[in-house]
Design a protein around this ligand. Structure first.
Ligand code: KG4
Ligand code: ZN
Length: 389
């Protein structure tokens, strides 16, 4: 750590308060984050100043979407090669953008799992090499922890809070109780929600990535035309399921083939309505559990993260649900909701400040599977694709 370093003149997230339990130090921490777990090559420098105000000094994300589009999904081998080609340049650019020299970086934080192992190896080994050459500590970060802690970077949230993570590889509800202290309350028993969007798009002939295209098509559709199932709605088991819904979409599409534009729009709108309804039911249960578990929580909050959080119908449904239940609703800006390295650098800072970084380091081996909550039993069939988090 460096005392008396010049303050970075970086971008301060607007209107955010200092993080209370990170107060008390006059040190400035600057961490370089590296993210390569799926199809984004990303690097970022994040600083925590002496007022405990986080600043994103740089945040560079190179998407590989075009390289994978022809295959309708992420191809692990292509992803790993693309990371090799781009990563050194992205790290250089992140350092240059931040105005911080490598010598003034306090630690390197890299995603070490879960994700596609080829990409994880590229990122973690690059981070190890840089850290070893520059004599810096290395922090191996769980990608899901990056998502889980982002709301503290953007909104200065205090623990505990509830997190709904909805991405291409994960659909989980987590109680975030502290740094390194997570309890999984629900997960999908089959497909991740982003995966369900992507597969629906593929069935209907919409381009990859499917989620945004399903949302676009749904805009002109009639959500009442198809009565799709609301999987798990009302179930005592808290988890999610989307494969039955996917099958129902396939059957409906097959039954009215050939599909015109209006048919596609109606299927998308009906699918989206079913998803929003099913999500609302599952999240409502979790809100009740949160109140029962943390009766002293001053401002109960639901945070949503992951690419599916971009969906306006889903967002509006969750916002409405939270307003009814007396919860605050936090959706970090999309750039920080989807995969990025600022969240990894930030998780590194949180670990450093919490004294939780020692257990990581140079002997850490990438883990394609790495649940945040090691106590809850793994869900058979969940996150089968294992590609995206
Ligand atoms: O978090 P993310 O960018 O990457 C990982 O999965 O890690 O999430 C990508 C997923 C994809 O499945 C994509 O189709 C979905 O998020 N997605 C959406 C929307 N935008 C992205 N799903 C529904 N509506 C959207 N507007
Ligand atoms: Zn992710």
């Amino acid at each position: 750590m460096r005392l008396n370093s010049p303050r970075p003149s970086g971008f301060l997230l607007p209107g955010k308060s200092p993080i209370n339990n990170l107060r008390g130090s006059d040190q400035l921490i600057r961490v370089l984050g590296i993210e390569t777990s799926c199809d984004e090559t990303a690097a970022s420098v994040v600083a925590l100043d002496s007022d405990a105000l986080p600043r994103i000094l740089s945040n560079i994300v190179l998407s590989q979407i075009e390289e994978h589009a022809a295959f309708g999904g992420v191809v692990p081998e292509i992803a790993a090669r693309a990371h090799v080609e781009a990563l050194d340049g992205i790290i250089e650019a992140a350092l240059a953008d931040s105005g911080v020299a490598l010598a003034d970086i306090d630690a390197i934080a890299a995603t070490a799992g879960p994700g596609l192992v080829g990409g994880l190896i590229v990122g973690l080994m690059t981070a190890k090499a840089i850290a070893a050459a520059a004599g810096k500590p290395l922090i191996a970060v769980n990608h899901l922890e990056g998502h889980a802690l982002t709301a503290r970077l953007t909104d200065g949230l205090d623990f505990p809070y509830l997190l709904l993570l909805v991405s291409g590889g994960h659909t989980q509800i987590l109680a975030v109780r502290g740094v390194g202290d997570y309890q999984r309350w629900a997960t999908t028993i089959d497909d991740a929600l982003g995966e369900a969007f992507d597969k629906t798009a593929k069935m209907l002939g919409l381009p990859y990535p499917g989620g945004p295209n399903v949302e676009k098509a749904a805009h002109d559709g009639n959500a009442a035309r198809f009565a799709f199932p609301r999987p798990m709605k009302g179930s005592a088991q808290p988890d999610f399921s989307f494969s039955g819904l996917k099958t129902a979409v396939r059957q409906a599409a097959t039954a009215i083939e050939p599909l015109g534009d209006q048919d596609v729009a109606d299927i998308c709108a009906s699918f989206q309505a079913a998803v929003a309804d099913a999500l609302a039911d599952r999240v409502a249960r979790a809100l009740t559990r949160f109140r029962d578990t943390f009766p002293g929580a001053k401002s109960p909050t639901l945070v949503v993260a992951g690419g599916v959080a971009a969906n306006r119908t889903i967002k509006a449904t969750l916002e409405h649900l939270c307003a009814q239940a007396g919860f605050s609703f936090v959706a970090p800006p999309l750039k920080l909701c989807t995969d990025n390295a600022a969240m990894i650098a930030w998780a590194g800072i949180e670990r450093l400040r919490g004294g939780l970084a020692e257990e990581n380091g140079f002997d850490f081996v990438p883990r394609s599977r790495w649940p945040l909550d090691s106590i809850s039993a793994p869900m058979v069939g969940s996150g089968r694709r294992g590609a995206k988090a």
